[in-house]
Structures are given as structure tokens and as C-alpha cells.
Design a protein around this ligand. Sequence first.
Ligand SMILES: *Cc1c(COP(=O)(O)O)cnc(C)c1O
Length: 724
Amino acid sequence: MSPKINRVYQNSFNLPYRIKRLGDIAHNLWWVGNPEVARLFKEVDALKWRLSNHNPIVLLRSVEKSKFEDLIKDRYFLDRYDQIVQEFDDYMNRQDTWSNTRFPENKNDKIGYFSFEYGLHESLMVYAGGLGILSGDHLKEASDLGLPLVAVGFLYTYGYFSQRITEDGWQEAHNVELKFSDLPIVELYDEENNPILISIDLPGRTLYARLYELNVGRIPLVLLHTNIPENNPQDRELTDKLYISDPELRISQEMLLGIGGMRALQRLGHEPVIFHMNEGHSAFLALEHMRQLIAAGSTLEEAKKIVQNSSIFTTHTPVPAGNDEFPIWLIDKYFANYWGSLGLSRDEFMDLAKVSSDWSDEVFSMPVLALRLANYRNAVSKLHGAVSRGMWQYLWPEKSVDEVPINYITNGVHTGTWLARRLAELYSKYLGVDWKDRLDDPKMWERIDAIPDRELWQVRIHLKRKLISYMVDRARDEWKNDRVHPVQTVASGVLLDPLALTIGFARRFATYKRANLVFRDYERLMNIVTNAEHPVQIIFAGKAHPADEPGKRLIQEVYRNVKNSRNGGRLVFLDDYDMDMARHLVQGVDIWLNTPRRPREASGTSGMKAAMNGSLNFSVLDGWWAEGYNGKNGWAIGDDTQYDNLDLQDEADAISLYETLENEIVPLYYTKRSADGLPGDWIECVKASIRTVSPAFSMTRMVKEYATELYDPALTAAKGLKAK
Ligand SMILES: *Cc1c(COP(=O)(O)O)cnc(C)c1O
């Protein structure tokens, strides 16, 4: 029986009855994947929409009554409102979903999905970067496909930091407190109207977390939050920020996610049959699952077998040093009361995940724990699969590298979230009315050729103009607030030309991503950028982890080059990269540049977002692009040579980058114009890119693969064991 839970929506709006459903829609992130809804919100009040950071809760609360009164007299607005409400209701009630049709026997078997971060929307800063965007997109797609998934994460007090760049190019990190009353979160109360809490034992104390819920379409995302009076001051800060470096706080966070997350799902009556650990941060959940099975009467061996058969682990890290691990003394301190309940001795417990390595003392490794306790393991691209099998082969000494049981499912992106509204309109017109139900179908995307070049190009130009006016608006706000030096205004994109070839580079600034690769031969780059007839513009954006000094120096190096007047204002650095900026960039630029040092990119996803919007990839053959590139749908930087000498690798890649820009990309964009003034060959390349990348790297393809290759076999195995 499900426990009784009172769900309380914090915000009620003074909406006229005729449009009162706007309130429901504002409380469900379904709208984020539907740009028509964003447009409707924008029409309520365009300025307030922008100032609210596209937050419908803040918007609806702040709009004046008279404005609403006007809207309910606006036939055009009401028609679209009715249509969107109908769509929302149909979506939420749909029974013939892909999942129900394909796996009717799994209809009621829940999948618990655990991740440290979720990138759902810019107004909800509970994400840092790629991992979060992937989890956010995963939830949206699981909802679209009708998977019975229920997710767990944290509600952070501050979210991820906001970035400002000083005049000298130094990154300043500012923590912005999230105002919970501005978020679409639902408060959860028990029968007696007390907030619902769960707890876990930590050394010398009990840690409590309050539970909240977010609706992502049909998927509930349960969020844990520790800043409550029941906790001591230090524990209250545990969910302040993402990725705390202090090991003791970090282990407490991860115990809360894994162990607390399991208890949270159960407290709310979810009882998942299988568990998906998105990265190793949540791997303690497998221990808790085992403990519960033993408490219910299983032997250790039985419990372990059930846990392994019902656990899925996705690794995202291609370098050993990037993995999450704890010193043994810390495990001693935090798990001394735990291993007994598993029927394990201390040493047996440590052996679950103890590794020693060249670069550190013995540590307790979270990915090792996950790899050992999950029978379903995947990397996030084909190349990353090979790298992972090599990296973890020592855990399977009897197997050759090829036989190491780690598969791959290449990442994808959620089309509704990342595709420009104007392009979606065009696709609706030419790809068939059902195109949104066939996003992973290569045949459907063949119809892209039916779109007249002129129409496609008009939308592309529109999107680039939109990107530029976005930059100018930001620069104007900053200038008006008297916060910047004039050169910073120039560096933020006010001198860009909407007709010039525009390249985007936006990523976390970590040294291996080589944001400075384009500057390796400065004179050569200046010749390309400032060419009077065929200029090239480059827009950079991205944050460095606040503790990553080399990453911050990389930002500074790029920023100093951007400020140099020699480039004529054609180089730009945008501060405070977030999902809103990402959307403008992937939709607006002509070229998406990506220069990781091969093979250190697990997958990367920004280039996929760019491709579906008609922006062309120009990237190292690493991560997803090693699979996506076919010689006609964009360009490769360098080749697949393996280098031992990093400087040689950088040199070879830089030369390849310049040569391809000079000899192929710039001429294709500017000089090969057809009689009607359109860059016909360029547009052909754009169509080849949309046609090939959109289906293969859609979140639809990805989540269907998770469902088919991981979730269904795990459910079958777990249910089989349970039935015994
Ligand atoms: C897509 C996205 C990322 C991940 O991009 P990569 O290609 O992995 O670098 C990071 N941050 C934001 C805001 C994004 O939208």
C-alpha cells in the first residue's frame, strides 16, 4: 500500500479561471521540452519573462491582474493556450507509450535512477555541466517514452556557481542562493502535515534530509535537502553545493545520495525493481540494497546476486585520476557500523572496492564498487567503451581487454529541449506530421531534403541574429549596471556581424579540452579571423571548476586574446555559461568547434545539439564524433593517431585545424555561392549533418537502447530471482 503523502504546491497564482491551467504547466518541467509553451509564457509578458530567467513561476506571480484580463480577451492567445493545455493533458494521460507497447510486462516495474546533478532548465541551477545535462535529458525522454522511472538527486541551497570574468580575465565564482519559492518544487508532507524526512546514520550522529519532488513530465524526481533544523550546522551545509572537494563532506553527500536516496524512494512508496547509477557517486545504494535484503532474510550470497542482477552502472570518466574515491581511513570511520549488517568483516568490506595504484595509496573506489555490484555496465560512446575496458581490465584479470564486460551506449540529446522553435516549425512542415514520434528513425530524417534551401537558410540566419541580439542585450545590461570596463563590453560580442562565418566553442574549461588550441599560431589565426572579405568570428564560453587553477588560467589566456584589439572584436568570451546560453549558441553558430585531447572525451553532447539545429561540427575524432563523422556531415580535426608526446599531438591538431578552416570551411561558406546567393554546398552539408546526426544521437535512440539493452534484461533477471 502506498503511504499517504500530501503534495503541496507552494505557489498559487491569481490567474483568471479561463487560463488557470497555466499554473499546472508552470509546475511541470514538461514545458521545457516544448518551445511553443515557452513562447506562450513569453507572450504573457516578454520583459518579465526575460528578467525571470525564463521561470514561469516567477513570471505568473509577478504579472499584473490587468495584463491577465487583457490576455483572456485575446483570441489568438487563447487558441494557443487551449491547444497547449490539450497537448499537456494528452501527454500526461497517454497509455500507448513506446514503453508500454514494447514492454507491456514491465509496465509497473519501477526503475530507480540516481544522479548527483540534473540539468533541466536554466532557472533550476542544480547542475554543473555535461553529466547533469545528460541526466536531465534522460528524464525528459524517459517521460516521453513512458518508462516507469523515478529519479533521485539533491536540492542544492546554492546550486552551481555563477561566473564573472574580471577585466584581466580571471574567473570569479559567486554563489547564488536558490529561492525555493521561485522553483517548481513540490513540498511533501505526511498524514499529520509534518514535512517528510528520511535519515541515515553518520559517525556520532543522525543525518536527516527533507524530501521534495519535481515533476519532469510523467517522471517524479525526488530531491533531498539537508538545510533543516534537525541537523547540526555542518550537516545543514551538506546540500549547499555541487561537488564539494572536502573528502569528509563528500562521503557524507554520497552516503546521503545512495543510502538516503534508497530510503527516500521507499518512504514515498516507490519500491523500484532495478537501480541505475549514473556515474559512481551513488554506488553506496548497492550496499544499502544488499543490507535491506539481508535484513529481510536473504543470505549474503543471495543478496549480492539480486543486487548485481538489478543494478545498472554508467561510467562517464575516461581517465583513472578522474574517478571518485575515498581514503580507507574515511571508510573505516563512516562504515564501521555498517559492514556488520552485511555480515562482512572489515577486510571483506574493504575488498569490495579497495584499489591500490601508482598515483595514490590504497583507496576505496566508487566506480569499482559500482562495477562489482552491477551486472549491467556501460560507457557512453564506442571509443569510451574501448578506453573503459582497458582501464578496468585489471578487475577481470582472466579476461582479455575485448572481453571485459563493459558495453557502451552512446549519449544523445533531447530534441524538444535543444531544437530551435523555428526549426521545429520547419520540420513539422516538411518531415511529416508524426516527425516528433520518429526522432530516432533515419528514414524520417531523409525527408530533410524536401526542405527548400532558401527556407532552411532563412531560419539559420534568423537564429544567428537571435544569438547576436542575445549577446547585445547581455552586454547592455552589464554596461548599464556599471559593472564592466569598455573592453569587456567589446569582448562580449557587440561587434559581431550576423552575416560572417561564426564558430562556437563552449565547454567546461579543463586543460585537456584545449580551448587555447586555436591560438597556437596566433598570426595564422589573425589572418583567418580578420580577412576583410571572408572574416571568421569565434565565440567562447565556459566555466572552470573553482578549484581548477590550470583551468582558470586557460580562461585567462583565452580572454586576453579576445580583448586584443587586433581581432577587430571578432573574438568573444561570454561569461556565466548556462543552459540558456548553450541553447542560443548551439542554435545560432555556423560551426561547433571541439578540440579535446584524444581519447579523453567520454562523449560530449553539445555538438549533437548543434547538429540538429543545422550547425556543423568541426571536431577532434573523439567521443561521439568518432562515430558521427562520415566525411560529408562536418569536419574532423587531426586523425586517430595515438600520441605519447602531447606537444606533438597539439601541433598536429592545430595545423589540421588551420588548414581545414582555410582550405575547406571558409571557402565553402563564402565563395561557393549559387546563382541565387545561397551557399548551396554549405546547405547540402547542413542537411547531411541534420539527416545523419539527429536520429543517431537523439535521446530517443539512447533511452530506447537503455530500455532494451539494460533495463529490460535487468528487470527480467531481478524479477526472476525475486519469484524464487
Ligand atoms: C550540453 C551542455 C554541456 C555538456 O556539453 P559537452 O559537449 O559535454 O561539453 C555542458 N553545459 C551546458 C550548459 C550544456 O548545455
